[in-house]
Design a protein around this ligand. Structure first.
Ligand code: CP
Ligand code: NVA
Length: 308
């Protein structure tokens, strides 16, 4: 039975697989178009009078600023809600918060810990809910990454991507992307830090797991990595530094990839840890384009989810 306030037909974006491959391709095409329009100074405001609420239970620079800027540029507004400053922090139920917010605003972004919280929130929201990062996924980042690859090298279909490091939320979203965008994903992780096995099984035709990063990176078109210690894992920092020492993306590792391979990192980066400064700030790196594209790809996403 559908309870009061429970939603059945609203389109949410909690995982990359919530939209089809065709819709993803269209989102990227549109993101590039919106980027050009923004650069040319074209005023485009399809979301006048629309409001995005943004609940953040973890820190953020890019996700927060890109969503706020996107809403402003599209003619609407955004409200940042830190969970400490709302009644969520004092125990109000997610389900009740979803019912209340979705009667006031037209879309909601949530950054949180357990992915199940996002699913529960979305179930009770009458407006689209966007995953701004959970412990399991970071789908908005993949929109930007796929846009960035396309802009630099054209379609990623049939190419080889090497993921080096933690089998974390970003890695899971790369696994989703390998299916949606049809590329080969080589994942190099230390033992005990592999992505969830269900993800590997689901994408078995596209994904191969390696323990040796050199094997994963050999002839790759794109090399991507992320922090060794994600938000919420701070107490494991020392242990993780030890485990991930051999998984640093440095000149020696990058030299095994194709000579024109791109390097990506969702940021924030830790120079001298998961990546050396010469790679992050060097010629393979497209990380600043990647971070800028959070803005353009999310504008395309907001338009897709909210425009009437
Ligand atoms: N890449 C990313 O999501 O960055 P923030 O944590 O700064 O939002
Ligand atoms: N894996 C990182 C991504 C940060 C954008 C984290 O969850 O902290």
């Amino acid at each position: 039975m559908v309870k009061e306030g429970q939603s059945m037909t609203v389109r949410h974006f909690l995982r990359l697989t919530d939209v089809s491959s065709e819709q993803l391709a269209e989102l990227i095409r549109r993101a590039i178009e919106l980027k050009t329009m923004q650069r040319e100074g074209t005023l485009y405001q399809p979301l006048v009078n629309r409001v995005l609420a943004m609940i953040f239970e973890k820190s953020s620079t890019r996700t927060r600023v890109s969503f706020e800027t996107a809403m402003l540029q599209l003619g609407g507004g955004a409200i940042f809600l830190s969970s400490d400053d709302t009644q969520l922090g004092r125990g109000e139920l997610l389900e009740d918060t979803a019912r209340v917010l979705s009667r006031m605003v037209e879309c909601i972004v949530i950054r949180t810990f357990e992915h199940a919280k996002l699913e529960r929130f979305a179930e009770y929201s009458q407006v689209p809910v966007i995953n701004g990062l959970s412990d399991t996924y970071h789908p908005c980042q993949l929109l930007a990454d796929m846009q960035t690859y396309y802009e630099h090298r054209g379609p990623i279909r049939g190419k080889t991507v090497a993921w080096v490091g933690d089998g974390n939320n970003m890695c899971h979203s790369y696994i989703n992307a390998s299916l949606q965008f049809d590329f080969q994903l080589n994942i190099a992780c230390p033992k005990g830090y592999e992505p969830t096995s269900d993800f590997l099984t689901e994408a078995s035709g596209h994904v191969q797991l390696f323990e040796d990063p050199s094997e994963a990176v050999r002839d790759a078109d794109l090399v991507a990595t992320d922090t060794w210690t994600s938000m919420g894992q701070e107490e494991e920092t020392e242990e993780r530094s030890q485990a991930f020492g051999a998984y640093q993306v440095n000149g020696a590792l990058m030299s095994l990839a194709k000579s024109d391979a791109l390097f990506m990192h969702c940021l924030p980066a830790h120079r001298g840890k998961e990546v050396t400064a010469d790679i992050l700030d060097g010629p393979h790196s497209v990380v600043w384009d990647q971070s800028e594209n959070r803005l353009h790809s999310q504008k395309a996403l907001l338009e897709f989810l909210m425009a009437r």
